[in-house]
Design a protein around this ligand. Structure first.
Ligand code: ADP
Ligand code: MG
Length: 339
């Protein structure tokens, strides 16, 4: 572990009656950074966040925040704020009352409360909505109230667990940008849980990809995309996922390896001049290009992008090619080999 990390988890594990939550979680989070915990449902994202928050106590390992060992500290002693998927707003309180609720509990003087409220509503674009009840707001506005409440708490560390999953796609996009901007402007450290790789890749400085309670890879979004450490990462990150080909289908790679290739690196070859002969399964028009899904007995997720609208008939044969330099090579266990 480096000394500069603001938040550290050191070999943290959590189990319930022997059932695994997370294990071997080691993570250094610098101050002012945006870290996404990404992975499929049940992989341990929320457990990791709850351990950080003090809502769970680990069975093994240590947690440090701002240099202080908080492994067994109460949530209230950790100086952090949280935003959840369910907004957890009080329905009978107004926007303003919801936002300053915590400050009132802490007996912050009224003038200071008002000033902080104003600033938080300004930042979240909620000025003018002070008197409304949560029931009189849209989903996006409610989520912004929850954000405003986290902001007035004035903590340097904010933990968010799937805060956007109740919003429709368009709103999710907008609030995603709001959160990112807020994090930058306020210089706070955000740890953000999501199962949505697009969300993680577009928002985070560092993505922590998890599976079955274990970290698979930690890195910048472009690292995970261009150098996935194993076939799970290769298929989880990116849209479309990386295509995987059994090496026996490609001369020169041996029998027991898996070869990965991304759609943008696949080209359609003249008949008889490609490296793989495939069958067209589907054509998906994406707007600026068309994604052609391809079938091959030794491959999964093969596809190629064609510019513009270019629908190919299902069942047609198509030869494809790709340059060796764009291939990712994984061993029999799915681990990345050099390169
Ligand atoms: P995620 O947030 O990535 O969907 P969770 O962290 O909620 O996943 O869960 C990770 C694993 O821990 C799952 O197998 C889940 O069933 C288990 N788990 C989480 N909380 C509890 C609990 N309170 N008791 C027992 N098992 C739990
Ligand atoms: Mg969860």
């Amino acid at each position: 572990m480096t000394v500069s990390a603001f938040v550290k988890l050191d070999d943290v594990a959590k189990r319930w009656n022997g059932q695994l939550g997370v294990e071997g979680i080691t993570l250094d989070i610098p101050e002012g950074s945006f870290t996404a915990l990404l992975g499929p449902s049940g992989c341990g994202k929320s457990t990791t966040l709850r351990l950080l928050a003090g809502l769970e106590i680990p069975d093994e390992g240590k947690i440090l925040i701002d240099g202080k060992d908080v492994t067994t500290s109460a949530a209230s002693d950790r100086n952090l704020s949280m935003v959840f998927q369910s907004y957890a707003l009080f329905p009978h309180l107004s926007v303003a009352e919801n936002v300053v609720f915590g400050l009132k509990v802490r007996r912050v003087p009224k003038a200071e409360r008002q000033q902080k409220l104003h600033r938080a509503l300004e930042i979240t674009g909620l000025l003018g909505f002070e008197g409304r009840k949560p029931g009189e707001l849209s989903g996006g506005q409610r989520q912004r109230v929850a954000l405003a409440r986290a902001i007035v708490a004035g903590q340097r560390l904010c933990l968010m667990d799937e805060p956007l999953s109740n919003l429709d796609a368009k709103l999710r996009n907008a609030v995603r940008k709001d959160i990112k901007k807020l994090q930058r402007d306020l210089g706070i450290t955000v740890v953000y849980v999501t199962h949505d790789q697009t969300e993680a890749m577009s928002m985070a400085d560092t993505v922590v990809l998890m599976k079955d309670g274990h970290i698979q890879q930690i890195g910048a979004p472009e690292d995970l995309y261009s150098r996935p450490t194993n076939t799970f990462v290769a298929e989880f990150v990116g849209a479309p996922p990386m295509s995987l080909i059994a090496s026996k289908a490609l001369p020169g790679f041996g029998e027991d390896k898996t070869i990965g290739i991304r759609a943008e690196n696949v080209q359609i070859a003249p008949k008889g001049e490609g490296r793989l002969r495939c069958t067209v399964i589907e054509s998906e028009f994406l707007g600026s290009e068309t994604l052609i899904g391809l079938g091959h007995a030794d491959a999964t997720g093969l596809c190629v992008l064609k510019p513009g609208l270019s629908m190919l008939s299902e069942g047609n044969e198509l030869d494809i090619t790709f340059a060796d330099e764009n291939l990712h090579v994984f061993d029999a266990a799915g681990q990345r080999l050099a390169g």
